[in-house]
Ligand binder design. Sequence first.
Ligand code: ADP
Length: 640
Amino acid sequence: MGAKKTRKFKTEVQQLLHLIIHSLYSNQEIFVRELISNASDAIDKARFKEQTEPELFADDTDFHIRLAVDKEAKTFTITDNGIGMTFDEVNENIGTIAQSGTAAFMEALEKSKNETGLSPELIGQFGVGFYSAFIVADKVRLDTKAPGEEKGTRWESDGKGSYTVEEIDKEKRGTEITLYLRDAEEGDQDFTEEYVIKNIVKKHSDFVTYPVIMNCETSEPIPENEIIKDSEGKPVGDTFRKVKKDETLNSMKAIWAKAKDEVTEEEHKEFYKHISHNWDDPMEIIHKRFEGVTEYEVLMYIPSKAPFDMFRPERKHGMQLYCKRVFIMDDCKELLPEYLGFVQGVVDAPDLNLNVSREILQEDRLVRNIRKNLVKQVFSVLEGMEKDKYIEFYEEFAQALKAGIPTDFANKDRLAALLRYKTTKSGDNYVTLDEYIENMKEDQKEIYYLTGESLTSLANSPLLEALKAKDYEVLLMVDPIDEWVVQSLTEYKEKKLKSAEKGDLDVEKVDDDKKNEYSALLSFLKGKLEDKVKDVVVSNRLKDSVSCLSGDDWGMSAYMEKIMKASGQKTPEQKRVMEVNINHPVMEKIKGLFESDTTNPVLTDYSDLLYDIAVISEGGKLENPARFSSLLGDLMAKAI
Ligand code: ADP
């Protein structure tokens, strides 16, 4: 048998434990829910494995969770006959932070730190799970055995920096966790009281699909013939006696199987927390039974907060699949497209084969049908949301919806209708694409947008001057993912989406004769700026500014280029076009200079300045800011 080993907690676990103990102190009782949740998950896994390897479980198929309290020893014990853990699994799962997003979590943790410490929601998102035991216990012992294993494993810790692991003899499969409770302080609940535990289970874990059993003290009538009676036949002494009896503390009703109006809001909240491991309340509840050729039950929740790791590839998808109340799998990506992975819920489809594997699921017609219906349901709920509430949702989940545009071709238009943007005219309000179209000017043919980093710089971009002069509205897109949105959403309701920084805007005609007068100067400037720009042209975008940069219709936007560079990707060398405003007095002066002496060295300075101004006005970075400021300084000195 392996010797007992003492190991140190990873630093982040120590930090996490500290946070859990301190920030959840007022919410102590949740440890019961967390441990029951883990036990229930472990039984889910066991039942699933039992489908294919029944011999491993044959000795004990009466799946249940057992709770016990001991007033003398001051312990709380929870036992399950679920999947258990092997020695290696204990080492992997307990004492480290099991979820793979550790780094992401620690990042989020740092960001969220304020005077009051960590917000409980954040801990909730991480699923405090097992560690919640240390809220109430100063020592925790976990004994566990996986099916088919010879030996069990014991893990023990006081939660103060280290833990021990050792091999043990253990008869039964499953996990038993014993909490050595801290001395209760004034006002604390006493977790060795049966009624306290009963209430907590009822409140937080009623719907758990396996019986949560406790051997409770109750009183029962003493049988007639055992009652001591006096000469007149009247009982002397007790007619009731105290006995210990197994009681099932939860109703076990799968809440998705109940009639819609039978489920209370409280029950939904608790169930949502159970499946999502989140602590927020759901924003919307979708509870529906589909009937017809095949029948299935659906319960989905739209969370009110986006998880901190929404876009991490290792993040679990929110849907669970059941078949006749039997858990089949969680993280069921077949039930909803990736971008709707934030939706949390359950589908119970009795017609599915219990032995389904993921590979089969993808091909399964029923599953594909369910998926289509679920997507429709989610859309119709989002579409039906009251305006302000939808904005609340949108501010959390816009990125998820946007991710759907390039990936869910069939629903592109429906998704597009759910988008909201601020515009050059909307101030702080969001505008839908339909509203935009409604407000289009009579002669306006296209939907104009501009992408970039900040609303202020976009709203004031010189690229929009001509559009503004025509009183056209422009969508201001400041989310990096918008670049992918506009690449695939090229049209909405037969109106083309047009970037205000690309191609010909076709709004402002410039006089051809005047254009010709400038052609020599423009070729000269092009020669000077050869390394930086592809061309120098007369702008039909500018009204007040003197120069700007624009791209080809099919080229990359400036923002896209920036995003690519920031993410370390190589971008193809792409030069943009410098546009100059020939109605600007500066251009006229430069033209005058040029025509009197084409070799005047100051022309080089001016062409550089024209370019730098264009870069600055779109929020770009100058290659040589020192030269720019010295040129500008000289100019100011001359002008003043
Ligand atoms: P989470 O449940 O969020 O993954 P926990 O810290 O609660 O995080 O648990 C870590 C892991 O330990 C679980 O994912 C599971 O693999 C394992 N585990 C916890 N409790 C049990 C249990 N009762 N039976 C079997 N495995 C368990």
